[in-house]
Design a protein around this ligand. Structure first.
Ligand code: HEC
Length: 107
């Protein structure tokens, strides 16, 4: 009986966690696919970011580019920036572009 309750609780926690994750899919994508180089907040203050001389995504140089430019950058890659066309859908890349616009407002 005790184990049934434990199982139900576990399921509820798992469900709550996944429901919360669905609210921020772009952030999750960014953290899982981009943060190793760009840093969780996009400011590239990571070892990789410094080594690769990645610009802070908050910077005007990045933000002045159009959504289409940023999308092409993520889709096709550039230099050391990997192409994500085989790893992400067009919709996910759109969400990431929107997320890059979003992080500036958070700072
Ligand atoms: C292996 C490290 C690496 C990963 C992973 C990575 N990037 Fe990059 N990214 C770079 C580098 C290096 C540049 C600079 C490219 C250049 O200008 O030559 C860059 C540039 C960019 C730029 C353009 C910034 C500018 O300077 O104009 C955007 C936007 C960007 N990345 C978004 C993303 C997104 C979104 C993801 C995840 C889906 C991602 N990157 C994953 C390394 C990475």
């Amino acid at each position: 009986m005790k184990s049934t309750i434990a199982l139900v609780l576990l399921l509820m926690i798992t469900f709550a966690a996944s429901a919360a994750a669905q609210d921020t899919p772009a952030k999750d994508l960014f953290v899982s696919k981009c943060a190793i180089c760009h840093g969780a907040d996009g400011s590239a203050k990571t070892t990789m970011g410094k080594n690769l001389k990645i610009r802070d995504l908050h910077s005007p140089e990045v933000q002045k580019q159009s959504d289409a430019d940023l999308k092409t950058m993520i889709t096709k890659g550039k230099g050391k920036m990997p192409a994500f066309e085989r790893k992400l859908t067009g919709k996910q890349i759109d969400q990431l572009v929107a997320y890059i616009r979003e992080i500036v407002k958070q700072k």
